[in-house]
Design a protein around this ligand. Sequence first.
Ligand code: ISJ
Length: 372
Amino acid sequence: MAVERREIDRIDRELLPLFLERMGCVERVGELKRQAGKPVRNAAREQEIIDRVSRQAGEMGQSAAEFYRAIMAISRDREHNLMGGDPDLLELEQRANRELQSPGKVVCQGVRGAYSHQAAERLFPGAEIGFVPEFHEVFREVSEGALGVVPVENSAAGSVTAVYDLILKYRFYIVGAVDIRVEHCLAAAAPGEITRVLSHPQALAQCSELLSREGYETEDYSNTAAAAKAVAESREPGLGVICSEDAARRYGLTILRRGVQNVRNNTTRFVAVSREAVLPVDASKISLCFSLPHTTGSLHSVLRRFAGSGLNLTKIESRPLPGRSFEYDFYLDFTGCIHDPSTLNLICALKAELPRFSFLGNYSELSTEEEI
Ligand SMILES: C=C(O[C@@H]1C=C(C(=O)O)C=C[C@H]1O)C(=O)O
């Protein structure tokens, strides 16, 4: 094997100067494009190269194409880097507030005592919190300057797709995130036998084991905290509710059982949205969105850029574009800080190359553990 390894080393010694020479040419092409105000990416030229090397490489055609796609992605990143990046993003990175100014109004969906309310209090302690019945109303308030707090994902039930659709529609900035432990309890207006239980269908589903074991009748309600309020007001005997302890206490209910959800670790992630960007120096999570052309490997070629920059992807969600057949917007979270020059360069490159691209923010995430 030693002989072959020496051969490989020799080939690598010959490849490296060629690679560097090619990068030198790329830099000169990049400079000419900058002077001419031309975009970095030239898809037709790249396709020509891919077709040529695939043909010339015979049965290794596919692998050669893959190899050249990687080289060209590296070349484009170099060109973007030399061009200095997207002026709007560079300006935003420099100028955006490093800290959230004292939050004025904070708005969430539901009523007092809802899990959204807990999330808003964790994110913005001491702020004035308002409530609206629907998610789209939260976004409308944000367009008028409020901060919004909305749920995006539950560890058992998955993404809240209606909220992702609004995030993608409005493209406000995400300025914070928090994980809230969803600990349901069974409560009633007074101690005694329960026969019927009100709650949000999600909460009833999350407590299905207890409900069927006890043979309770169930009734859907718009919101867990609103159900708690209704039970407190009705005082109907035998009527119970599945809600948070906080909501039960808030509406003066008697807690009959705690921790009644099927799964012990049930967590919902909330994000804070704002019209204004806030980019703390120690922010650790970046969100962005874009759409992709319907071509083989288009998502892969984007994801490879993250891997190549050593960035860890934590979430990807695709949502259909309204009014188009099977075209999608992608929403992405990854760990990173926009103030890191190589990360900023990657975001600028993606902005220049991807349709419908938006940088949605850079923030830190509060975890449930910090609560205990
Ligand atoms: C170098 C260029 O810029 C980009 C990189 C390419 C490459 O590495 O071969 C090809 C096309 C462009 O997308 C160029 O336009 O030739």
